[in-house]
Write a new protein. Structure first.
Length: 683
């Protein structure tokens, strides 16, 4: 199917692809993108805003009707991408189908359970309960990487996105138009995850994150060396090193780095490292289960020993089990320190200059982690108390998001016609858009349009395509000739068109062909011969006697039977047959109401025939010259000569024959038919 697109061209409403962020539009948090095309509505992610709470943290879902959404795709288990899902599945009218990868579903259960426990809000403000979370699991379906699915005519496939375990990009195809949603993705392999793959199919539209804008990540080795040096410096000066992380995701990468570094430095063996999360054991069990979803390095290492069985790291369930008596390293959740154990430890340690906090991931505006990066002199505790900020604050990005180079390279490989930027702060996203536009303006081989919509503001794209129907069944039994016409039933299913003979409907579809026979009874006080004469006036030669004195057929489709002063009309219902039946019915009823003089019909008919002959001869003489027709002729056949070529017009059947010139025959036939129609209409 040939496709063209232009956001400016006028087109039918059905050609409109609308992309509307309900969250993550010029912001980071509450990712939720709506797609609408060809009557299908799809939601991409359903997250919460880490810097907000309660209903305020939700995407702008009040702008949509939940029960109209056909499909919902969750890219990965981070709260800003799936945190609102239990609420949406259990507290709204959503009746569609929800998909995510196996690993995402396994970790989603524990991530959101932890979120419910550490949320520092009242029960009334909670979006959902543990019971809602548990019930939502039954409504979630899983999909494997590279598995192609087709639901209600929407085809989709999941590709590895890197970022975190189980993270997926979704390629979605509707009516031949392909949309790739990246979610959060990373094109750089790390210690345990492979890099995001490039789908083998070119999308028409790419919806991609823009978290880091135009920033360029430092090399992985330099980043790891800087991280371990800061941790070592803090503990060797007798301080406590806090690393706020989410229970799953970057935490596992940092644990692998620290465990290896401690093994290589015996002088640090006496200093404990704690992984402080109530989900620690459950999370590690999930990671060990999905080893095959990780990179080659981890898969090779698992054959010797399990890299996630750490030698120098202990699990810490909560602050009640923690003896704060000396230097240590604590990785605690949540990553943005809005509440929970990481917030409690930070408030306990922030006044001591020997201590340090390392922010190892992206921070959303409005969170404590983002606030302390600006190095304020004091912070406000959850209880409202002011405390001096004396501990060191460092930022090292281990956040597995693409930087400018990776994003640009990804776009260059795929070459989509349209790129929609989401999941980025307004300024960063604007800089990224301008940088990409400058880069691709200089490339004459590409024509890519970039968009960075705000929340609730839609990007409207129009895609037009030739609708091609596949001929199947009996209609395809013989090879058609060029210019020949095919007649059949056009069947549309899941945006595909098929042309079938009516008899093949039951074979290729779940439909069948039915014939509707219409029957109408009308009072009639005259004879069958009178009826025949009356109907012959509608069109000469249109009446056929089926049974003498009983049944007529008109226009070869409407049968009339005279029975006991009634006329019974029968015909197969079609658009054309219904028009003929209406004409016959009107003629009969007009006669019964006394509007037609049947007695004078014969004389009137002969008069009309004479008038038609006179008009026809005058018309032919005006068109082709006086000598084209004889001045006198007998019978029902009128001979005509035009430029030496002979033709005959049958005045009874109104047919034209001309063996010498088919074009002349068609011209004469059109003249005869139009003249006859004009005179009949006038009478």
């Amino acid at each position: 199917m040939a496709q063209t697109n232009d956001a400016r061209m006028p087109a039918e409403e059905s050609d409109l692809l609308q992309i509307k962020p309900l969250g993550a539009g010029q912001e980071v948090g509450r990712s939720c993108i709506m797609l609408e095309f060809k009557g299908k509505k799809i939601m991409l992610d359903c997250g919460i805003h880490p810097g907000l709470s309660g209903m305020d943290a939700l995407p702008y879902v009040d702008l949509i009707e939940a029960d109209e959404i056909d499909l919902l795709f969750i890219s990965h288990f981070h709260l800003d991408h799936c945190g609102a899902l239990p609420w949406f599945l259990m507290k709204t009218s959503f009746r569609g189908r929800c998909f995510m990868t196996h690993a995402t579903k396994a970790i989603y259960r524990w991530m959101l359970s932890d979120y419910i426990k550490i949320s520092n809000i009242s029960t009334e403000q909670m979006l959902y309960t543990e019971a809602d979370l548990e019930a939502s699991m039954e409504k979630i379906e899983t999909i494997n990487f590279h598995e192609e699915r087709d639901v209600m005519g929407v085809r989709f496939c999941a590709y590895n996105a890197g970022h975190v375990l189980g993270a997926a990009m979704f390629m979605i195809e509707i009516a031949g138009i392909k949309i790739l949603y990246t979610g959060d993705f990373s094109r750089q392999e790390d210690r345990h995850l492979m890099a995001a793959e490039v789908p083998p199919v070119k999308p028409d539209v790419l919806i991609t994150e823009s978290t880091y804008g135009t920033h360029i990540h430092e090399k992985r080795e330099d980043r790891e060396n800087r991280f371990t040096s800061l941790v070592q410096k803090t503990v060797q000066q007798g301080g406590r090193c806090l690393i706020p992380v989410f229970a799953l995701g970057r935490a596992q990468e940092l644990l692998l780095i620290l465990d290896e570094f401690w093994s290589q430095n015996p002088d640090l063996h006496e200093i404990p490292i704690y992984y402080a999360s109530s989900l620690a054991k459950k999370c590690m069990a999930v990671y060990q289960t999905y080893i095959n979803a990780m990179n080659d390095r981890i898969r090779r290492q698992i054959a010797v020993n399990n890299p996630f069985v750490f030698r120098h790291i202990s699990n810490l369930k909560g602050i009640d089990h923690f003896d704060d008596i000396g230097p240590c390293v604590v990785m605690a959740s949540p990553g943005m320190m809005q509440s929970g154990l990481s917030r409690e430890l930070f408030e306990s340690w922030c006044t001591d200059p020997k201590n340090g906090v390392i922010i190892a991931g992206y921070c959303v505006e409005g969170t404590l982690a983002k606030t302390i990066l600006s190095e304020p002199e004091e912070i406000t505790t959850l209880s409202g108390q002011k405390l001096p900020l004396n501990m060191s604050v460092d930022y090292i990005s281990f956040s597995a998001h693409t930087d400018y180079q990776q994003t640009s390279e990804f776009i260059r490989i795929l070459r989509p016609a349209h790129v929609v930027l989401v999941h980025g702060e307004q300024n960063e996203m604007s800089r990224l858009k301008l940088a990409l536009q400058r880069e691709y303006e200089a490339d004459a081989s590409t024509d890519i349009k970039f968009y960075n919509p705000r929340n609730t503001h839609a990007v409207d794209l129009y895609f037009r395509g030739e609708k091609t129907a596949k001929v199947m069944g009996n209609l395809a039994a013989t090879k058609p000739e060029v210019g020949s016409k095919l007649s059949g039933v056009l069947v549309k299913r899941d945006f595909k068109y098929h042309l079938l003979a009516p008899s093949d409907l039951g074979k290729y579809t779940d439909m069948s062909m039915s014939v509707v026979t219409q029957r109408q009874s009308i009072p009639w006080s005259s004879s069958l011969s009178t009826l025949e004469l009356l109907l012959d006036r509608i069109g000469a030669g249109c009446v056929e006697v089926v049974e003498p004195d009983r049944k007529l057929r008109v226009f070869n489709c409407v049968e009339l039977t005279v029975e006991q002063k009634m006329i019974v009309m029968e015909w197969q219902a079609t658009h054309v047959n219904d028009v003929y039946a209406d004409a016959v019915l009107a003629c009969i009823m007009q006669n019964e109401l006394g509007g037609t003089n049947i007695k004078g019909a014969s004389k009137q008919t002969k008069s009309e025939e004479s008038r038609f002959r006179e008009c026809l001869m005058e018309t032919l003489q005006d068109t082709f010259g006086d000598s084209c027709v004889p001045k006198m002729f007998k019978g029902e056949v009128l001979p005509i000569t035009v430029s030496g070529k002979c033709a005959e017009i049958n005045l009874e059947t109104l047919t034209v024959t001309c063996a010498e010139d088919e074009v002349l025959r068609q011209i004469l036939n059109t003249t005869v038919q139009k003249l006859h129609q004009t005179l009949v209409s006038a009478n």
